[in-house]
Design a binder for this molecule. Structure first.
Ligand code: PLP
Length: 714
């Protein structure tokens, strides 16, 4: 099957050249890294030395020696920092199965290092003539990965997903009130202008209702001013109107960036709603807060047992929205921060289509793919186009073959074959649909500093339609130059700066150099960056599989770990909070169990007791930051944690979990559930297995021993 889509050469090894891309758990590639870093530094030194050869050398050898004392002091402090840093968490290690971070790729570090020496500021072209174009190119590379047309999309680097989300909503807010400005203008000037409503019907903009104008399709809202300008320019008095339009928009009471959202809300007597699932990242509330919507504007749409947004519930809410509300934005999440869940993005898209047709309402659709965005690199291969056009439900298996995200193996414990065969794959058609529907979104957040394996700070916000840049500057070329400057409505804008269109000010050109070098040398394609993603997805499934099979493996594990002893009196097992994870995060709890014949079954215990067990387990699997005597070298594994609480997830959203854990809704509402959480990002698991070490099984055995100890007073 593979050969049909890819040449065998590129798909026959899992880890090559992946193994060249990272430093290695024991810094195996230290030699080449050192050489390259030194090479960059020497090159930089030559650059300085060759600038104005006639300039004197102002620090001669004698002078330099005078500073010895200061350099000695510096070295002592460097040593102090280095000593302190060694107590840092070992993100590089396969033993680190905790937060959403891991290794950095070699090219990203080199790019950053080179960029850092030259220190460009990407806020303006003057301060960064080299790295601004790199940033724009990175934007195009990432846009392409996301499925946007890189020629007509607009994407740039932010400090992270938080700012990217805020900016996306900021742009959406600007687009939303465009139509009200246009209406006001046309009414005042008595211009008959037709607007395309969400349901496709044409209507006079002067006669359209506020709800209609606030809920145009995003593309219509974005292009409306351009279209009106183009319409006016055809008129004899075009220049006159364009000048007026230009002035009018600056002063319009619906110019949200000047007037402020508060005044507009007073004016229209409506309040905004932002729909996002219960699993939303906190940055969505921050955005609502900062943009003046208020955090209460965020509507938590329930999730299903996989922690994906319930699209039917969303539909229900949107179809029954009150007339005093308007939709500021609907956000789908590709990779929730806690669970790695992917919302049914295609279904959400379908809800938008239905809403347009049946209710004449549309909305800005933003995807928060801060976590999962780089999974799209898996889908970038010409060979996949053939599959994309056919029914995914039928061809999910074929798809998984083509993406090479399937493995069959038998479970070994301490090198001994248990005889248990198992298959892992990333092959859910719903997931494929979600990833394939990325290009439908109006804006997307993605974090290179998460699954792009690039150093902080590096986030990206991408917009489907680059014309949004004109909304932000409100200095559109076609208006300010008046008639002569009017483009065709659909003509792309030329973007060769970043600063005028973004939220942030000064920002590191080094981040652009890092992302550029990384994406240039590890292309955002199936067998480029996709290899890292594939490793991560498959190993996550493997760990989940081990945890799910723990029950069946219990006796074998006990024998293998504690040869001489009896089986423990108080057995237990591990339960993942869902039966399948969408990306590469898993959440699970240790639960007391009892024998039911040959089988273990989960024992009902008070939730407090369950939480205490898992908190104690967590304490063994982390080092607290206030722990001054950290024994890093003796810390076997690292996990992270989270709380599932009723203030976030309604009891009805987690009912399957509660049932599985034998916890009542009342208990849950009262206490919340303490959950262990692991992100499987490390690229070395397969390579380590080849060297004889199955870290993931070793982790499960460690979990087993710790839990056994906690429950059996050992
Ligand atoms: C991490 C994350 C964010 C925030 O990104 P930062 O880079 O930490 O600012 C937003 N949304 C989701 C889903 C995330 O996982």
């Amino acid at each position: 099957m593979q050969d049909k889509y890819f040449n065998a050469e590129s798909s026959d090894s899992h880890n090559d050249p992946l193994a060249a891309w990272f430093l290695g758990p024991k810094a195996e590639h230290a030699g080449i890294w050192g050489e390259m870093i030194n090479y960059i530094f020497q090159d930089y030194v030559h650059w300085r030395r060759n600038y104005f050869l006639e300039d004197p050398i102002i620090l001669n050898r004698i002078k330099r020696r005078e500073h010895d004392h200061w350099f000695d002091k510096l070295t002592s402090e460097v040593d102090s920092v280095l000593n302190q840093l060694k107590s840092h968490f070992p993100f590089f290690s396969p033993r680190y199965v905790a937060h959403m971070l891991s290794e950095q790729t070699l090219p990203s570090v080199l790019g950053y290092f080179a960029g850092m020496l030259y220190n460009p500021n990407n806020v303006t072209n003057e301060a960064a003539p080299i790295t601004v174009p790199l940033e724009i190119e990175v934007g195009k590379m990432v846009s392409k990965m996301l499925g946007y047309n890189p020629q007509t999309a607009w994407a740039h680097i932010t400090s992270g997903g938080t700012v990217a989300n805020i900016e996306a909503l900021w742009v959406a807010r600007t687009a939303q009130f465009n139509a009200l400005m246009v209406q006001e203008f046309c009414k005042k000037e008595n211009i008959d202008y037709q607007v395309v409503l969400a349901n496709g019907a044409m209507a006079s903009v002067s006669e359209a209702g506020i709800q209609d104008l606030l809920h145009l399709s995003s593309d219509e809202a974005i292009l409306l001013v351009r279209k009106l300008a183009s319409h006016l320019s055809k008129n004899d008095e075009g220049d006159y109107y364009l000048r007026k339009l230009n002035r009018f928009f600056k002063e319009s009471r619906f110019n949200v960036n000047n007037t402020g959202i508060l005044k507009i809300h007073d004016e229209i007597k409506m309040s905004p709603l932002i729909y996002v699932s219960e699993a939303a990242h906190y940055s969505v509330k921050k955005a609502a807060n900062i943009l003046g919507y208020g955090e209460n504007a965020v509507v938590a749409v329930p999730v299903d047992s996989k922690f994906r947004m319930d699209a039917d519930a969303l539909k229900e809410m949107l179809f029954n929205q009150k007339p005093e509300n308007y939709t500021a934005c609907v956000i789908g999440i590709a990779g929730t921060t806690e669970e790695g869940a992917v919302d049914p993005l295609r279904k959400i898209q379908q809800v938008r289509n239905d809403l347009q047709v049946e209710k004449n309402r549309s909305f800005w659709f933003h995807i928060d793919a801060a976590w999962g965005g780089y999974l799209r690199s898996l889908f970038t291969h010409p060979g996949l186009e053939a599959i994309q056009s056919v029914d995914l439900n039928e061809l999910a298996g074929q798809y998984a073959d083509a993406l090479d995200v399937k493995e069959i193996y038998s479970i070994h414990i301490k090198g001994v074959d248990t005889g248990i065969q198992t298959a892992i794959s990333w092959d859910d058609p719903e997931l494929y649909k979600s990833f394939l529907s990325f290009p439908e979104a109006d804006s997307i957040t993605v974090d290179p500093h998460k699954m792009g394996y690039i150093p902080y700070p590096c986030g990206i916000v991408a917009f489907k339609n680059e014309v949004v840049t004109e909304l932000i500057t409100q200095k559109a070329q076609y208006i300010s130059d008046e008639r002569g400057g009017i483009y065709d409505v659909d003509k792309p804008v030329t973007i060769n700066a970043v600063g005028p269109f973004i939220l942030e000010g000064s920002k590191p050109g080094a981040a652009a150099a890092a992302a550029w070098l990384a994406h240039k040398t590890i292309p955002l394609e199936t067998f480029g960056h996709g290899k890292i993603i594939r490793t991560s997805l498959l190993n996550t499934r493997k760990l989940l599989d081990y945890l799910q099979k723990h029950e069946a493996l219990f006796k074998i594990i006990e024998k293998s770990l504690f040869e001489e002893e009896e089986m423990c009196a108080n057995p237990f097992t591990f339960k993942a909070v869902y039966d399948q994870t969408d990306t590469n995060v898993i959440c699970y709890v240790a639960v007391p169990a009892e024998w039911d014949g040959e089988n273990l079954k989960i024992k009902a215990v008070p939730l407090q007791e369950l939480n205490t067990l898992n908190k104690n387990l967590y304490n063994r699997l982390t080092i607290r930051s206030n722990d001054t005597k950290r024994l890093l070298h003796a810390q076997e594994y690292f996990v992270s944690k989270t709380w599932f609480e009723s203030s976030q997830y309604a009891a009805s959203s987690v009912k399957t979990l509660l049932k599985n854990l034998k916890i009542s809704e009342a208990e849950y509402t009262e206490t919340g559930i303490f959950v262990l959480r692991s992100t499987i990002m490390n690229p070395w698991y397969f390579t380590a297995e080849e060297a004889g070490k199955d870290y993931l099984m070793d982790f499960v055995l460690t979990l087993h021993s710790y839990t056994r100890g906690l429950l059996n007073d050992e």
